[in-house]
Design a protein around this ligand. Sequence first.
Ligand code: 8YV
Length: 312
Amino acid sequence: AVETRMRELFDAELNLTDRPMSRDDLAAALQRADVLVPTITDQLDADLIAGAGERLKMIANFGAGVNHIDVDAAVGRGIIVTNTPGVLTEDTADLAMTLILAVSRRIVEGANIVAAGEFKGWAPTWMCGRKLWGKRLGIVGMGRIGQALARRAKAFGMQVHYHNRKPVPDMIAEELGATWWDDLDQMLARMDVISLNCPATKETYHLLSAERLARLQPHVLLINTARGELIDEAALAEAVKARAVAGVGLDVFEHEPQVHPGLLGHPNVVLLPHLGSATLEARQDMGDRVIANIMTYQNGHRPPDRVIPAML
Ligand code: 8YV
């Protein structure tokens, strides 16, 4: 396992509890460590990073998203930040596709009915969901995960549309049959299913604001496996209540692990506890990637997954 390998290779202190480290513990760790390996639950803001000890050289994040780390502050102090891209792409895309299928075909609602012993017999119009074949999927953020989702959606007969700062190379667009929208609002207003697959940054904070949510087609299904901060969660709860969206599938939340109470208890809202990369294989690969980044740096080379502020 990753923990064993870390202990073999480094003088490692591991937090193997289920609880995230407190702010004080994090501050203390930043004082005594050469390398810190945070996860998404470790908020490394500018103040904490400013208090880091002289010996801290590297923050090797266990995960692809680094929105919980003030990368500017770290880089400003000469601390290298790395992440673990690539190794969780397929798993996260699988989960996004799972949520699309679960919401469109009312999987959780149906499973709950059977589990409660309430399946009383089939009827022609009972528990009908929505067909995916031929429907328009709008992907916001066409990086690795967005493209992996596009591949899956295409296999399900969906028409792939995407918004990204830049269009993907022609070869990839052709392979995916994907249409680029420069204007996010125009795309959002025309989609049947929307999936968020972009990082959380200052620019993408509340990308789906109350105003944008109000302009979606009422039959839209909204999926988020990226970061909760991309959606104004309170506004989404209102939209669900007002039936301004037909279905929602979320694996991430604005104030994780809290979930807006207005999102609970709706059969058309499927909520998962941040499972995107939760396969044994991906988590092992993420750990290996962290180790590779630390080792490369230790050996005087540029770590393969260095995060530079301009990338975000
Ligand atoms: C992890 C993730 O669960 O990689 C990411 O960005 O959100 C997930 O893979 C989490 O980040 C672990 O730190």
